[in-house]
Design a binder for this molecule. Structure first.
Ligand code: FAD
Length: 534
C-alpha cells in the first residue's frame, strides 16, 4: 500500500485528543464529530476478514478502495487519521486504546463485527454510541408486535411518524403503496440510462493490484472503472440515479431483461451499505425531487421501508439466530465454493462463525459459481452478471436466483452464504433476512409465502425465455418444479389461499423433474428439457 501510505503521509494532520474507531461500513463524514472537537479516526484493514469467505474480488476491491479514499478525504478535511492493517479489528482496537485511551464506536451494523468487538467493550477499551445512519427507531418496529412482523404495517407507521410523503395526515396520492402500478415488463419502450464508469486513480489501481495478487483464489472479475471510490464519483453516481433512473423506477421495478442488467434501478445499495452515501440525504433528495408518485413512493418504500425493516429483523432475531424455524449451529461457510471448485476453502472453519442452521437441502451446484452453465438462459445470464460485477437488481435476485434455488431445494444456508460472497452490497444484517426470510422462506419471520413462480411468470416479466433452448410452455422444467414445491410444502402453504396446491395428475413427473435437474446440476451438466431425461 505504498501509494496510499505516501498520499496519507503527505497530508498535514492535527493531533487528536480522543479517538473514534470507524468500521469499514461507516465511511461517512456527516456521522462524525467535526475535527475541531479534537477527535481522531482509527481505520482498520483486516486481510483475515477478507479471507473468511470466498468473497467476490470486486467486493474486496470496493471495500478497500472506498475505505482508503475515505481516509484520505477525512485527513484532507482536518481529521487526524490513523490507518492500520491488523489480524483482527479487536486487536487493532486494543492496541490503539493501550496507547491512546478508550475509543468510541458507533454501533456496528454487522453482527460479526459486534461479536468480535464485544470483549473490547467488556475490557473498557471501546465505548459504543448509537449508529447515526438509520432512518428509523427501534420503537417503530418494536411497537408492531410479532413475530411474524409485517413490512406494510412497519412502513405505514414510519410514514405517519416521520411525515414522509404525507399530506394532512394522509398519504400523498391517496395510498401508501403504488405497488399495483409498478408491475410492467420492459420491452424497450424507454431506454434505461447507461451504467457509469470512472477514471481509475493511483489509489484504486493499487487496491486492484493487491487484490489480484493476494486474493487470486477469490472468484469474480474486478472492473476497476466501476469502483467509483472518490467522493466525487459517489456524488456523480447518486446524481445519475436520481435524475436518470428514478423517473422510471416505479413502472419497471419488477421487470427483468437479458438486454439491460440494471434497467431503472439505482445501484446505490453498495454505497449506502458502506456509508459512502448517507441514507438521510438520499431520502431527502428523493422527497424533494419532482418525480412521478409511483416512482417516488416505490423508491421511498425501498429505503425507508424494506431496508430499515430488514435491519430491525436482524436486530430483533440476533442476526437470525432466534428467527422462528431456525436454530443456531455451526454450518457451512463457503456458499458451495468447495463443491464447485473441488477443493476446500482454505480459511473456512466451523468455529469461525456461529451459524444459523436450516433444514439441509441440496447443496449449491457449480452453475451458480459461473463455472458450468445450467443451460437455462435466465439463470446463466444472471450468474454471469453476478461474477462480472457483484450486482444484479432485486428481481433477478428474488425471482431468478432465489426462486430457482428454492424450487431446486438448495439448502437455504448455502444459498445465503453464496449471496454473501457474491454481491458487493452483502453484509450479514441485510443478506441474511433477505435470503433466509424473503427468498427461501426458511423462516416465516416476516413473509406470508415463499416467492416462487413457474416459467409463465418468468416469460411474462422478462425476455430470457425468448432466447433459451427450453420452451417455457413445453420443455422448460421450472413449472414442474414449482408444482412439486407446492405439493411438498402443502401443509405449510395451506393457510395461504393463493398458494394452496392443486391436485396435479403429473405430480410424480414434477418431482422427477426436480430430481433430474438436481442430478444434472450437481454433475455440472445442463438441466434436462422436460420429457427428455430419465
Ligand atoms: C435474495 C436477496 C438477497 C439480497 N441481498 C441483499 C444484500 O446483500 N444487500 C442489500 O443491500 N440488499 C440485498 N437485497 C435487496 C435488494 O435486492 C438490493 O438492495 C437491491 O437489488 C440493490 O440494488 P439497487 O441499489 O439498484 O436497488 P434499487 O432497486 O434501486 O433500490 C433502492 C434501494 O433500496 C434498498 N432496498 C430495496 N430492497 C431492499 C431489501 N429487501 N433489503 C434491503 N435494502 C433494500 C437498497 O438499499 C437499494 O439500494 C437482496 C434481495 C434479495 C431478494
Amino acid at each position: 500500500m505504498r501509494v496510499f501510505r505516501r498520499a496519507l503521509a503527505a497530508l498535514p494532520q492535527r493531533t487528536a485528543t480522543w479517538w473514534r474507531y470507524v468500521p469499514y461500513d461507516q465511511l461517512q463524514a456527516a456521522w462524525l464529530p467535526p475535527p475541531e472537537t479534537g477527535v481522531g479516526l482509527l481505520l482498520v484493514e483486516c486481510p483475515n476478514k477478507a479471507r473468511r469467505r470466498p468473497y467476490h474480488r470486486q467486493k474486496l476491491a470496493t471495500v478497500l478502495s472506498h475505505q482508503r479514499h475515505f481516509a484520505l478525504e477525512a485527513a484532507a478535511a482536518g481529521w487526524q487519521v490513523r490507518y492500520v492493517v491488523a489480524s483482527s479489528y479487536a486487536e487493532a482496537v486494543r492496541e490503539h486504546s493501550a496507547s491512546h485511551g478508550v475509543l468510541e464506536v458507533a454501533e456496528p451494523a454487522e453482527y460479526e463485527l459486534r461479536e468480535e468487538l464485544a470483549p473490547c467493550i467488556a475490557e473498557g477499551a471501546l465505548r459504543v454510541i448509537a449508529h447515526p445512519g438509520w432512518l428509523t427507531e427501534d420503537a417503530d418496529f418494536d411497537g408492531l408486535g410479532g413475530p411474524p412482523w409485517r413490512m406494510d404495517a412497519f412502513y405505514r407507521r414510519v410514514r405517519l411518524r416521520t411525515g414522509a410523503l404525507m399530506e394532512n395526515g394522509e398519504p400523498v396520492g391517496g395510498t401508501y403503496s403504488f405497488d399495483h402500478e409498478n408491475r410492467r415488463p420492459w420491452r424497450g419502450e424507454v431506454q434505461p440510462p447507461p451504467t457509469l464508469s470512472f477514471d481509475v486513480d493511483a489509489i484504486t489501481a493499487e487496491v486492484v493490484e493487491t487484490i489480484e495478487r493476494d486474493f487470486a483464489d477469490h472468484p469474480g472479475r474486478i472492473d476497476a472503472a466501476r469502483l467509483g471510490a472518490r467522493i466525487d464519483d459517489v456524488e456523480a453516481s447518486w446524481a445519475h440515479a436520481l435524475h436518470h433512473a428514478l423517473p422510471w423506477f416505479g413502472p419497471f421495478e419488477d421487470a427483468f431483461s437479458t438486454r439491460e442488467r440494471t434497467l431503472f434501478h439505482t445501484r446505490v445499495s453498495t454505497l449506502l451499505n458502506l456509508g459512502r452515501l448517507d441514507v438521510r440525504r438520499v431520502l431527502a433528495d428523493v422527497l424533494a425531487a419532482s418525480l412521478p408518485i409511483a416512482s417516488q413512493e416505490g423508491f421511498v418504500r425501498q429505503i425507508l421501508g424494506w431496508r430499515e425493516f430488514v435491519r430491525h429483523i436482524h436486530r430483533r432475531t440476533h442476526g437470525m439466530r432466534t428467527a422462528p424455524g431456525l436454530h443456531p449451529a455451526p454450518g457451512r461457510t463457503d456458499g458451495g465454493w468447495s463443491l464447485a471448485f473441488e477443493r476446500p476453502w482454505a480459511s473456512a472453519s466451523p468455529s469461525d462463525l456461529a451459524r444459523v442452521r436450516t433444514e439441509r437441502g441440496f447443496p449449491r451446484p457449480p452453475a451458480f459459481w459461473g463455472h458450468k452453465p445450467s443451460g437455462m438462459r435466465c439463470l446463466d445470464h444472471v450468474v454471469q452478471a453476478v461474477w462480472d460485477e457483484g450486482y444484479t437488481h432485486h428481481i433477478a435476485r428474488l425471482m431468478i436466483l432465489g426462486n430457482l434455488a428454492t424450487l431446486l431445494r438448495i439448502d437455504a444456508r448455502d444459498l445465503t452464504d453464496w449471496f454473501w460472497c457474491a454481491f458487493t452490497d452483502a453484509y450479514d444484517w441485510v443478506v441474511e433476512p433477505n435470503v433466509l426470510g424473503m427468498a427461501s422462506y426458511a423462516t416465516p419471520a416476516f413473509t406470508t409465502k415463499p416467492y416462487v413462480a413457474g416459467s409463465a411468470y418468468l416469460d411474462r416479466m422478462g425476455d430470457a425465455c425468448k432466447t433459451c433452448r427450453l420452451n417455457p410452455k413445453t420443455t422448460c422444467p421450472i413449472t414442474a418444479w414449482y408444482w412439486a414445491y407446492l405439493a411438498d410444502h402443502a401443509d405449510t402453504l395451506r393457510k395461504n389461499p393463493r398458494m394452496a396446491a392443486l391436485r396435479r395428475p403429473s405430480l410424480a413427473a414434477d418431482r422427477a423433474a426436480v430430481a433430474q435437474a438436481q442430478r444434472a446440476l450437481a454433475a455440472g451438466q445442463p438441466v434436462p428439457a422436460m420429457g427428455t431425461a430419465r
